[in-house]
Ligand binder design. Structure first.
Ligand SMILES: *Cc1c(COP(=O)(O)O)cnc(C)c1O
Length: 365
């Protein structure tokens, strides 16, 4: 059976060496040496400063909201993983959706301003599948209306935009290092801040609001990354070049074989690709369901991602329908993509997929 993703497990000998270090010092958590080492190496690798490691990508969002004083309403995209919206609701912030661009799949920046009210305090866009949002346009709107911007950059690890890190935009950008992501620490995440004072505040908040002299100076929570998570991250970082190279080949095979059969996400021409997802868009939801079932019958698992559109969530107070996001969510599927996906298996996936699409289009005429 082939799954849509498979967590990457790094070289075991190397991991053991890091674990030996943990055993030597018995320092398991609380900003230990491996967390410090990973922080430094990630800042260098990503080309960013003021990066704070945390225990997962959802807490990264929640802490960014707290630090930047997001309250009332925040404008976000309905086309994302549920955590982008649920973290807002959890923090008593009302998510207000602006619909997406049907080609880039990111928030449509021309629809942001019309949703601003006197209660709006922030914009929370998502770099969907590693594609860059209209960062300049969003910055202009935020400045004009005095709003904070927090990017959910969970898919944008390592993406460069016009020669600098895409993750350096906004007042903050959050990352997820969950096991299924391109770079992972089993569970984990990070926040990259623009301002030193915000970074310093977050550093206190993730450890109960206790400062270095043991005084309690803030309302805090526990969102610390531990040493075992950092060890996993350090091992992955050593292998990342190979991981991305393998993903590149697979991504490219899919693109060449499928670009004339299904619709693909329109990527910003000025960004680098981290090859973390391969989403395809069918003509109709019925076409998607037929192809998904055919693949599944052949032992190939795909994922409806993102589905459903978040404006359909039961627990939202106000549900203004987001037509484009709903339409895309109904027709989009992510294909298996992970470094040790066998090229032979990939050709089989492509063959079954293409035949199923053509057959469906023939029989539904
Ligand atoms: C994975 C993901 C998250 C959540 O991250 P966790 O580390 O699993 O908490 C948030 N937003 C997006 C877009 C994601 O893909």
């Amino acid at each position: 059976m082939i799954n849509v993703t498979k967590p990457y497990l790094p070289n075991r000998t190397k991991l053991n060496q890091y674990i030996d270090k943990i055993y030597d010092t018995a320092w398991l958590t609380n900003n230990g040496p491996l967390v410090q080492e990973l922080t430094g190496r990630l800042q260098k690798y990503l080309g960013v400063e003021k990066l704070l490691l945390v225990s997962n990508g959802t807490l990264a969002l929640q802490i960014a909201y707290k630090v930047l004083g997001v309250t009332g309403q925040a404008i976000t995209t309905p086309f994302s993983f549920v955590a982008t919206t649920s973290s807002l609701v959890w923090e008593d912030i009302e998510p207000i959706f602006a619909d997406i661009d049907p080609e880039t799949l990111c928030i449509d920046s021309s629809k942001i301003e019309e949703t601003i009210t006197s209660r709006t305090t922030a914009i929370i866009p998502v770099h969907v599948f590693g594609n860059a949002c209209d960062v300049e346009q969003i910055e202009n709107i935020a400045q004009e209306h005095g709003l904070k911007t927090i990017y959910d950059g969970a898919h944008a690890f390592g993406v460069q935009y016009r020669g600098k890190s895409l993750l350096s935009y906004g007042d903050a950008t959050t990352l997820s290092f969950h096991a299924t992501k391109l770079f992972h620490t089993i569970e984990g995440g990070a926040i990259i801040f623009k301002k030193k004072e915000d970074y310093e505040k977050a550093r206190l908040m993730i450890k109960f609001g206790i400062d270095d002299s043991d005084s309690i100076v803030e309302v805090g929570i526990n969102a610390k990354m531990n040493e075992f998570q950092a060890a996993m991250g350090l091992c992955l970082l050593d292998e990342l070049e190979t991981i991305i190279e393998q993903r590149f080949k697979l991504w490219h095979n899919y693109e060449v074989s499928l670009k004339d059969v299904v619709e693909l996400q329109k990527r910003n021409p000025d960004i680098s690709n981290n090859y973390s997802y391969f989403p395809i868009i069918f003509k109709t939801e019925n076409e998607l369901m037929y192809v998904k079932a055919t693949l599944s019958a052949n032992g190939i698992n795909t994922r409806r991602y993102f589905y459903p559109s978040l404006d359909t969530l039961e627990y939202l107070q106000r549900k203004k329908s987001q037509a484009i996001s709903r339409d895309i969510a109904a027709r989009i599927l992510c294909l298996p993509l992970y470094p040790d996906l066998n090229p032979k298996d990939q050709y089989q996936i492509i063959e079954i997929l293409v035949n199923a699409v053509l057959k469906f289009r023939r029989i539904s005429k």
